[in-house]
Design a protein around this ligand. Structure first.
Ligand code: GRF
Length: 219
């Protein structure tokens, strides 16, 4: 069965912090280059700065805090319940720092962006500037970002899109963070979501295949 094509792919965006990725997705939708509708923003903290972008764009927002739940499963169920209620097709983690237990029906329906070229500099504990510090310590010449499906192992889900940036000799973790974010992530995340919206992302085992645009297929 080929993946569904959406005029506007209904998504939920999960945030924990500054919400730069959310802001970028809202901008691309407003510009008409990303065929998604953000049905809901869920924050893991009521103090997340990124909530302001949802407010400004009049997107429904809720906060679901881990500490309100005894177990990770209970917490995860609460998040997925809200998404299911709004018929969300894809859940977009955008700087979301909580671990979610992904139920079977949401495998291949949750995506994340990581600020390195997976499988380098990823896994438990690799988030924020730690990723870039480790890349600089190692002395890599290129870095970048990875958009991937989320499964129940840290940063191990199938890779959808990767973008590369150069690493400069005088980089700090922050300058590399900024380059990866603005030159790679801001392009890669909308690109991956647009491919999903167009029904062009197909999984073969753990490999993601990108099909040609539907309107260019022969009759
Ligand atoms: C990005 O570096 C992204 O790779 C990671 O979280 C950061 C964005 O967080 N997943 P935010 O959107 O600024 O909160």
């Amino acid at each position: 069965m080929s993946p569904a094509v959406f005029k506007k792919l209904p998504i939920a965006v999960l945030i924990s912090g500054t919400g730069r990725s959310l802001q970028n997705l809202i901008k691309k939708i407003d510009e008409g280059t990303l065929d998604c509708e953000i049905k809901l923003v869920i924050s893991s903290s009521k103090n997340a700065k990124g909530l302001q972008y949802a407010e400004m764009a009049n997107i429904p927002l809720i906060t679901i805090e881990r500490r309100e739940y005894e177990t990770e499963e209970g917490f995860s169920e609460a998040v997925f319940r809200e998404c299911t209620a709004l018929d969300v097709k894809i859940i977009v983690m955008a700087g979301y720092l909580k671990l979610l237990h992904i139920p079977d029906e949401y495998l291949s329906r949750v995506v994340n962006i990581h600020p390195s070229l997976i499988p380098a500099f990823c896994g438990k504990g690799f988030y924020g500037n730690v990723v870039h510090e480790k890349a600089l310590e190692y002395g890599v010449k290129i870095s970048g970002c990875t958009v991937h499906f989320v499964n129940n192992e840290y940063d191990r889900g199938p890779v959808i899109v990767q973008k590369v940036v150069d690493v400069h000799e005088d980089d700090t973790a922050q300058t590399l963070n900024d380059r990866v974010f603005y030159e790679a992530e801001c392009i890669a995340y909308p690109e991956a979501l647009q491919l999903i919206a167009e029904g062009r992302v197909r999984l073969e085992g753990r490999k993601v295949c990108i099909d040609p645009p539907k309107n260019l297929l022969p009759e």
